[in-house]
Design a protein around this ligand. Structure first.
Ligand code: SAH
Length: 336
């Protein structure tokens, strides 16, 4: 509970923290001290559910047939997606990649990625930020990365909108001011997309951004509805976002419309978002599952099919998760 203590002291000294600062500090601590994935962790992501996910993304990237590019992944987690993508693609594609760059802030997860990706490509490199991309086409993947970036939240007080902050009342953390959230924004996400899109506009390439989120302004039902999408997940269950600072994964829904507009404003083309289920099926997820089943024992077959179902079924990840592509060329890429 060291972070909780530090945050309480900082609030005592300097006053309540904007929600975005609170989220950034909590997640930096969380990812630096936890391997959050899998049944023993706090949550599970698509590449950890089925190899088909990374394999199809690998095929999507290779299909672009760029003569030379840098392949880059934001927040690679355990490195599983990249491993499956590289395993499923041919030597010719690997040779076209000047390097494979993994952007990861957590030293713990970076070590994990190094183990997973050992020998998968002759030029693997790790960075903490996207800065300093070489002047060449960029192939970029981000799965469940943008949902972890900090969001600002706004609350209306009379006719004024004020930033929602996190205070401490002596017994615990509290949002201040009280009242429902009228707007959320993630300037850090927009900055990141602008950087990616302007690089692609200038040097070529494409990016795939996969996450859970929305692409019409919230709320969908009515004006009174809160637009608060901040949530905490711990041991596969929802928890209070203020209850376990640095010990639970804090995320917010990704505003895909805002990301698409930012990409276009930076001079690239944006496609989608399309539902993850639709995207994976268009890339042949069912055929791939059938091929894997052919050589599998009965119980492996069940695991392959239930993995596929979790990725594509609308009641599982198929609809809530969405895929946005950012490209240099105007034509819609595969799956869109
Ligand atoms: N893409 C992975 C992991 C998603 S979890 C998967 O699908 O399984 C989020 C990942 O982003 C973690 O690896 C986390 O350490 C990393 N991360 C979070 N915030 C980051 C930031 N600001 N910069 C770089 N990496 C970050």
């Amino acid at each position: 509970m060291k972070l909780a203590h530090e945050l309480a002291e900082a609030i005592k000294a300097h006053g309540p923290l904007p929600v975005a600062d609170y989220m950034a500090r909590c997640n930096a601590h969380y990812y630096a001290s936890h391997d959050p994935f899998g049944t023993k962790g706090d949550f599970i992501t698509a590449p950890e559910i089925s190899q088909i996910f990374g394999e199809l993304i690998g095929a999507w990237l290779a299909n672009l047939a760029l003569p030379r590019a840098m392949l880059c992944e934001l927040g690679p987690g355990r490195g599983t997606l990249m491993k499956d993508a590289l395993r499923a693609t041919r030597k010719g594609f690997h040779e076209s990649l000047a390097s494979v760059r993994l952007i990861e802030t957590s030293p713990l997860l970076r070590r994990r990625q190094q183990e997973t990706l050992k020998g998968m490509h002759p030029s693997l490199e790790w960075r903490e930020t996207l800065e300093g991309l070489p002047p060449m086409p960029l192939l970029l993947i981000a799965n469940e990365f943008f949902d972890a970036l900090p969001v600002e939240q706004y609350v209306s007080e009379g006719h004024r909108e004020t930033q929602r902050r996190v205070g401490h009342d002596g017994s615990g953390f509290r949002f201040t001011p009280e009242g429902s959230v009228t707007r959320e924004a993630s300037p850090e996400s927009l900055e990141m997309v602008k950087r990616i899109a302007s690089h692609i506009a200038q040097f070529g390439g494409a990016a795939l951004i996969i996450d859970y989120g929305y692409h019409t302004p919230l709320p969908l039902q009515g004006q009174e509805e809160s637009k608060d999408t901040l949530q905490a997940v711990k041991r596969h269950a929802y928890a209070s976002p203020l209850g376990h600072p640095g010990e639970a994964d804090l995320t917010a829904h990704v505003d895909f419309s805002a990301l698409a507009r930012a990409a276009q404003a930076a001079g690239a083309y944006a496609h989608g978002p399309v539902a993850q289920g639709t995207f994976l099926k268009r890339l042949g997820a069912e055929l791939r599952a059938a091929a894997l089943c052919k050589n599998a024992k009965a119980e492996q077959r069940d695991a392959i099919l239930s993995g596929l179902e979790r990725l594509v079924a609308p009641q599982a990840m198929g609809e809530l998760f969405k895929v946005l592509a950012v490209t240099h060329e105007p034509g819609a890429p595969a799956g869109f």
